[in-house]
Design a protein around this ligand. Sequence first.
Ligand code: ADP
Ligand code: 5GP
Length: 208
Amino acid sequence: MSRRGVLLVISGPSGVGKGTTIKRLFEIEDNLYFSVSATTRKPREGEIDGVHYSFKTKEQFEHDIETGEMLEHAVFSGNYYGTPKSAVEEKLLNGKDVILDIEIQGAKNVKRMLPEAVLVYILPPSIEELKKRLIGRNTEDEESLAKRLHTAYSELHEAPDMYDYFIVNDTVENAAVKIKDIIEGERCSKAAMQEVLKQILEEAENLA
Ligand code: ADP
Ligand code: 5GP
């Protein structure tokens, strides 16, 4: 009898280091599944279809919404982003811990549908540093940069009431280790251990 997997939702302002930290997390922690999102944004240099994202046209994406294939979806900075449903549910049932890297509206919808989801928000050490990282990544034109910073400021207002954990990404190593610690704690939570508890109780009843 295995426990149910932990569903960990990771959000944070664009450029804070979510992708970089998650990459490190996968090097130091086993039994994780990264949910590859679908998006209509163009691939960045080095991004691989099916690994970083499933890159779709607007028509393909809207078709997937209509056929109910998305657990959640949102528009971010003018593009669609969404989480395919079937893999997430299957992995959780099989006891794999699932990592979603999604923005705040998506996190809200996931929490509504799967209340056991654990919500983690990554903070920058300062807003100055956030800007530096986003600009330094060199992936956005001026318009996209402004949109992403604007979204970051409004997200930061909403996050304190919504998320369960907050991690300052000072160094990638610190941030990855903290996420790993949260996962390990959550593996012992009531939600994750429900099936195990049920089985032990059934066995105990047979003893009595
Ligand atoms: P996000 O996925 O949150 O948009 P990225 O992982 O792409 O952010 O990181 C944005 C930029 O910041 C990248 O150039 C990355 O190398 C850099 N970065 C990430 N974490 C740190 C850190 N702790 N210190 C310095 N730079 C970082
Ligand atoms: P980027 O374009 O920088 O890769 O991602 C932009 C934003 O979209 C980030 O905040 C990221 O967390 C979010 N995002 C990525 N995939 C999904 C998804 O499947 N659903 C939602 N709602 N947001 C996503």
